[in-house]
Design a protein around this ligand. Structure first.
Ligand code: ARG
Length: 258
């Protein structure tokens, strides 16, 4: 090889090497941003709410957990479940800390001012749990003098405070704690969603759910108002899961038909 040819081939190799390096660099950058641009769907919940979400051993279980898993699958994403206080879910979704809140969460006009809701995937009913033999036989027996237990920040909390005043209401971190307080006579009743109510009293002969319903409501998933793209994708996934019977199947696994 003469000198000029040598120089040329060295240059060529250098150019190729640079090209490869540049190629690698940009591939890596693309992968990283794809990761940021979400291969994980972060769901905030409060896993004290059977049969919608609860902890069993090391696992999250429940209707919401399974529906969320199906939604993530449809979106081609991994599901990451964060178990947090119920009344911190909306703020966390608003700030972008979580992509969505799914926690048997009722759609309300007030919450709609902070977050967007997807289409509803289930309905709930606020019911009243009492000790058997209680003087409280229907909603009409509740008054400002009733000691009402609720889970902090839930619709049960909001409605009971509106109807009977803050002083009548004792908020607890978990619904199950309210039920314990009822058992030990610290409060007269608990207002909470019907399915968790059934789950809480299941192993308790002393308790019953009174016949009259307090409020009926729709459950939906909340997302940030800045993320209508995610909301639309979840709605599409939900519709498919409704149409092909997946949601019914999940619900009936946890709530056997009566
Ligand atoms: N449906 C009620 C609400 O939205 C109670 C939900 C509580 N959920 C929970 N995972 N603890 O306020």
């Amino acid at each position: 090889m003469n000198n000029s040819k040598k120089i040329l081939s060295v240059l060529l190799i250098a150019v190729m090497a640079m090209g490869m390096l540049a190629g690698c660099g940009s591939k890596k950058a693309a992968d990283d941003s794809a990761k940021d641009a979400k291969d994980t769907l972060v769901m905030a919940t409060n896993a004290t709410f059977p049969p919608y979400e609860y902890v069993e051993g090391d696992d999250f279980k429940g209707i919401d957990v399974e529906i969320a898993g199906e939604i993530a699958k449809k979106l081609g994403m991994k599901l990451d479940i964060q178990d947090v206080e119920f009344d911190s879910i909306i703020a966390g979704v608003q700030s972008g800390k979580y992509d969505m809140g799914m926690a048997g969460m009722t759609v309300t006009d007030e919450r709609k001012q902070s977050v967007d809701f997807t289409d509803s995937y289930a309905t709930g009913i606020q019911v009243i749990i009492v000790k058997k033999g209680s003087d409280i036989k229907s909603v009409d027996d509740l008054s400002e003098d009733t000691k009402i237990g609720v889970q902090q920040g839930t619709t049960g909390h909001i409605y009971a405070s509106d109807d009977y005043g803050e002083d009548a209401v004792t908020p607890f971190n978990k619904g199950a704690d309210a039920v314990q307080a009822l058992l030990s006579g610290k409060i007269d009743c608990v207002i909470i969603d019907n399915e968790p109510a059934k789950a809480y009293i299941e192993s308790n002969d002393e308790l019953e759910i009174i016949d009259t319903e307090y409020v009926k409501e729709d459950y939906a998933i909340c997302v940030s108002k800045d993320n209508s793209d995610l909301r639309d994708k979840i709605n599409t996934a939900l519709q498919e899961l409704k149409d092909d019977g997946t949601i019914d199947k999940i619900v009936s696994k946890y709530i056997p038909a009566e």
